[in-house]
Design a protein around this ligand. Structure first.
Ligand code: CA
Length: 223
């Protein structure tokens, strides 16, 4: 059974989550502070973390950054009242796998937890994706370009993963936004173009081709 770590200081919300998860077959434990949450998350006993940002000692972004220094793989779903675009972006940039704002519907949170658990099981089954001599290791979340390890941010990695799962296919901006950002971004936003630019710098200028009025394609060879 997948165990869930809930880092949440509001007892009412924590107990609502514990009960809801239990009725869907998940065992969970609650940590009420960031320090305790980090220690438990690093203990290795959990399949996923639900993380509040406003905590009494330090905030959830601190926990996330400390966790990601040691563990790139444990899925983290942020659940917070802080819903500005800056917060959401900070969460994803910090390595969160999903972001939900309070008030929230339990069924939606459950669906997201299941999806993130599914992603991480898939990643542990197929740990390596390789295109044109560049390798993405989904377990360690590292990238090797021509034998040299290149650092990607969490968001860049997610974008690279999407391209590497569909080499040679044109992906639309809307599809990329939906898959990589996973929430409603202003469709006029240029965030996809900006991040494709970052990836080209790191993978090689010829890796990703812009296809006019359609989107972007990861080339299968010849970078
Ligand atoms: Ca809180």
């Amino acid at each position: 059974m997948a165990r869930v770590l809930i880092v949440e200081d509001e007892a009412r919300i924590a107990s609502f989550l514990v009960k809801g998860l239990r009725s869907h077959g998940f065992a969970s434990e609650v940590a009420g502070t960031a320090e305790e949450g980090l220690a438990r998350a690093l203990g290795g006993d959990f399949a996923i973390v639900i993380l509040d940002i406003g905590l009494p000692d330090r905030d959830g972004f601190w926990l996330l950054s400390e966790l990601r220094r040691h563990d790139q793989a444990l899925p983290v779903v942020i659940l917070t009242a802080r819903g500005t675009v800056a917060d959401t972006v900070a969460g994803f940039e910090g390595g969160a796998n999903d972001y939900m704002t309070k008030p929230f519907k339990f069924e939606e949170l459950l669906a997201r937890i299941r999806a993130r658990l599914h992603d991480s099981r898939r990643a542990s089954k197929e740990p390596l994706l390789e295109v044109a001599g560049t390798t993405l290791d989904l377990r360690s979340r590292s990238v090797t370009v021509g034998g040299r390890e290149v650092e990607l941010s969490a968001r860049e990695f997610a974008l690279a993963e999407l391209f590497f799962r569909h080499p040679g296919h044109v992906l639309s901006r809307a599809q990329i936004l939906n898959d990589v950002w996973g929430y409603d971004f202003d469709p006029g936003s240029n965030v996809v173009d900006v991040y494709v630019g970052y990836l080209r710098k790191k993978l090689g200028a010829g890796a990703i081709t812009a296809v006019r009025r359609m989107g972007y394609r990861l080339e299968k060879s010849g970078w």
